[in-house]
Design a protein around this ligand. Structure first.
Ligand code: HEC
Length: 441
């Protein structure tokens, strides 16, 4: 070794500190990266009897923005301690183009940045690396181990992506000797979807009544085709901080060119909270999915769009004052739980959509964090009789869901009765199939 090479090696060993607590970044064998054999001495790379393997649940494809779980398997018949590092690179920039983002699926893995610090990574050091944790080395486990990493690919088609992994099948001697290093890579291709999202005719409706009347800052349902490749609701993590997400898995919606807040996505239905907007009248609604924006549909926004949420389309979602479910006996075939009818004179709780402005303003993109009363007068009739409204407003912790506390008229006979809510000059719709509560003396 020349003096220069010796100094270079010394510098390198000071810069790199990989160990049992997780490897340093840039050791995956990807373009621009080194390999664990910088320090680990055993068989030459890939010369041992084992392997490292990258597996994806659906084969070597990705749907833009749709999370999938990567399994990195490190195997070696002779070894008994394990480490790895994984990176995802855009084929258009293999040495520096981060492809999507990683999250550890369990405590065996952790995500670090090119700086060596824990993720999230700054825009100045975008590359992410998944590597083992100390407990993830599973000292004493023989044969092989799996490391699980959740990978969210780029939100739009980013072309081909290559995953690179290095694995250390170690002998467990707490030193960098006798350890076999393996490398692999897997090219992942975007799942081809030429299908543009399309909203059905009349497909933009009030999420409670399924009627055309919608209002700003209220729940809206969109029906159509190719709306999303995946099916799910927003998660607790996505609501952390109390702010509603504007896209799920790369699926987003605009109403009057403003982003809506996306609660649920599926190929044929999306539920959103409409953005705040002072406009009244026809507005354009667009869905973007997998990087493609479909043709606009027209919906009509009113100042309010009063409507009740129902259990089954017909009977109102309702609770008694003690929080038990209200409904005719046996309304639910099975769980969540049993229902009991309303009694004349009792105060019940109904759940409504589109009741408009509140005394305390709750931003359209926020979970409700304080009680906020509806400003306009709210009236309710049950079975055609006026019912006393004790409270109508937004309550924590829900997003844009109004609670209406109302007294069932004392003189009401038993049976199913239509319920109508009126505010801001508009009434909730009543049809033969909606919106009823069951009363029993
Ligand atoms: C800069 C040198 C260096 C590099 C590069 C390095 N390691 Fe290490 N590694 C060490 C040293 C030194 C140890 C000994 C124990 C310690 O210091 O934690 C070690 C220990 C380990 C062990 C436990 C070994 C045993 O037999 O008990 C694992 C597993 C491990 N490293 C994984 C990796 C992986 C995976 C990579 C590549 C992604 C890597 N290391 C790259 C220096 C390095």
């Amino acid at each position: 070794m020349t003096v220069l090479a010796f100094i270079a090696a010394l510098l390198l060993s000071q810069v790199l500190r990989a160990d049992v607590n997780g490897a340093d970044p840039r050791l995956t064998g990807a373009p621009g990266d080194q390999v664990c054999t910088q320090c680990h001495l055993g068989a030459a790379v890939n010369a041992g009897a084992g392997s490292v393997k990258i597996s994806l649940p659906g084969g070597a494809t990705y749907v833009p923005g749709v999370k999938q779980r990567i399994t990195v398997t490190v195997a070696d018949p002779a070894q008994r301690r394990w480490g790895f590092e994984l990176t995802a690179r855009l084929n258009s920039n293999l040495s520096g183009g981060q492809a999507g983002s990683f999250a550890a699926a369990d405590s065996n893995a952790q995500i670090i940045c090119a700086t060596g610090r824990a993720a999230p990574c700054s825009s100045a050091a975008v590359l992410q690396f998944a590597t083992h944790t100390l407990s993830g080395t599973r000292a004493g486990t023989t044969g092989s181990v799996d490391f699980l990493i959740d990978w969210t690919p780029p939100a739009t088609d980013a072309g081909k992506i290559t995953l690179y992994a290095a694995g250390n099948a170690a002998n467990g001697n707490n030193a960098n000797s006798g350890d076999n290093i393996y490398t692999t890579n897997l090219e992942v291709t975007p799942a081809v979807t030429t299908n543009t999202p399309a909203i059905s005719s009349g497909g933009v409706v009030n999420a409670a009544s399924y009627q055309p009347a919608i209002s700003a800052s209220s729940w809206v349902t969109i029906a159509g085709t190719n709306l999303s490749a995946s099916t799910r609701s927003w998660t607790a993590e996505e609501l952390a901080g109390g702010t509603l997400p504007t896209s799920l898995d790369g699926v987003s919606v605009t109403i009057n060119n403003k982003p809506a807040y996306v609660q649920y996505i599926s190929p044929t239905q999306i539920n959103v909270v409409a953005p705040a907007d002072d406009s009244i009248g026809p507005v354009e609604v667009r869905v973007t999915s997998n990087g493609q924006t479909g043709a606009a549909a027209t919906a009509t926004i009113g100042k309010v769009a009063p409507s009740f949420f129902t259990f089954d389309g017909k009977y109102l979602a309702a609770t008694h004052a003690d929080n038990t479910w209200l409904g005719r006996t046996g309304l639910f075939a099975s769980a969540p739980s049993s229902t009991t009818p309303a009694k004349p004179g009792e105060t019940i709780v109904l759940y409504a959509n589109g009741l408009g402005a509140t005394d305390t303003t709750v931003a359209a993109n926020k979970l409700t964090d304080a009680i906020a009363r509806v400003v306009d007068n709210v009236t309710v009739t049950i079975g055609g009789q006026p019912a006393t409204v004790a409270f109508a407003g937004l309550v924590p912790p829900f997003a844009r869901t109004y609670q209406v506390n109302v007294q069932v008229p004392a003189s009401l006979a038993g049976g199913d009765h239509a319920v109508v809510i009126q505010t801001g000059g508009a009434s909730s719709p009543v049809t033969a199939s909606c919106c009823y509560i069951t009363v029993q003396q």
